[in-house]
Design a protein around this ligand. Structure first.
Ligand SMILES: Nc1ncnc2c1ncn2[C@@H]1O[C@H](COP(=O)(O)OP(=O)(O)O)[C@@H](O)[C@H]1O
Ligand SMILES: [Mg+2]
Length: 251
């Protein structure tokens, strides 16, 4: 069974058809990339899967359960986490605190009470702190723990955002342009992190413009253009696909 099944999904904004009859599956344990020119509907598709937006038509199943009409927080609790195209860290909180917020989707006290600083048990807090430190260690950025997000380099912010998404212990991780704004070395490291994440048993759906990164780490690539799926194949075949080449060269 597929971990994620997207069936005949539609979403329009006014007269603009941002996602048009898109269907695809993501098998458990794979890295699947979603590519396409700017405005193709990639982020909209992520917003639909994570519940930020509701589809006009179509269905989304996660682990066989329908998720297209349930609230966003519930989808997160089922095990779908994401990062954003434009980094969204809390600037005045430390890296560790930013990551701990991700973890709170898993505690009884939960994200909302955490944001409102409502009391939750000391034991829970300690466990969340330990788990978050473990994640920083795993990603090789322990030394950033006490630094305010505001003072981090762009590349470091991307890693902290990734750690925060991982702190939810997702089964499926949606990454929206994780290498955007990164230099060559940072991009290569990001690729290594993503491969490691898959080795942890987390399935990854990735939007990315850096084609060498996409081709290196993905098992399958889905190509969108003007909201429609134009190709879905392994990386090698995608690179040779005439329609895909036309869409990219015609940009
Ligand atoms: N909230 C919104 N309101 C109106 N139009 C939107 C909204 N979100 C996205 N769009 C439009 O939908 C199209 C797809 O956008 P998006 O999904 O962000 O593309 P991509 O991530 O592939 O670059 C674009 O034309 C964009 O302007
Ligand atoms: Mg986008």
């Amino acid at each position: 069974m597929s971990l994620l099944e997207v069936k005949n999904l539609y979403k329009s904004f006014g007269g603009l058809q941002a996602v048009c009859d898109v269907s695809f599956n993501v098998q458990d344990g794979m890295i699947k990339a979603l590519i396409g020119p700017n405005g193709a509907g990639k982020t909209t598709l992520f917003n639909l899967i994570s519940g930020v937006l509701k589809p006009d038509r179509g269905e989304i199943f996660f682990n066989g359960l329908p998720i297209h009409s349930i609230p966003q927080y519930k989808i997160a609790s089922y095990g779908i986490a994401r990062t954003f195209q434009h980094i969204r860290l809390f600037p005045k909180m430390t890296s560790l605190e930013n990551i701990m917020i991700g973890r709170h989707t898993h505690t009884k006290a939960g994200f909302i009470s955490c944001m409102l600083s409502l009391p939750f048990t000391w034991k829970e807090e300690k466990l969340v702190r330990e788990k978050s430190m473990e994640l920083m260690k795993f990603l090789g950025v322990s030394e950033l723990a006490s630094i305010d997000a505001l003072s981090l380099s762009y590349g470091q912010q991307r890693i902290v955002e990734l750690a925060r998404a991982l702190a939810c212990e997702p089964k499926l991780l949606l990454l929206d342009e994780p290498a955007a704004g990164l230099n060559m070395r940072e991009t290569r490291e990001m690729g290594e992190f993503i491969s490691k994440i898959r080795e942890m048993g987390i399935t990854v759906l990735l939007v990315e413009h850096d084609m060498s990164l996409v081709m290196k780490i993905s098992d399958e690539v889905l190509v969108l253009s003007y909201g429609q799926k134009i190709a879905e194949d392994n990386p090698l075949s995608i690179q040779k696909n005439k329609e895909v080449i036309r869409v990219y060269l015609g940009e």
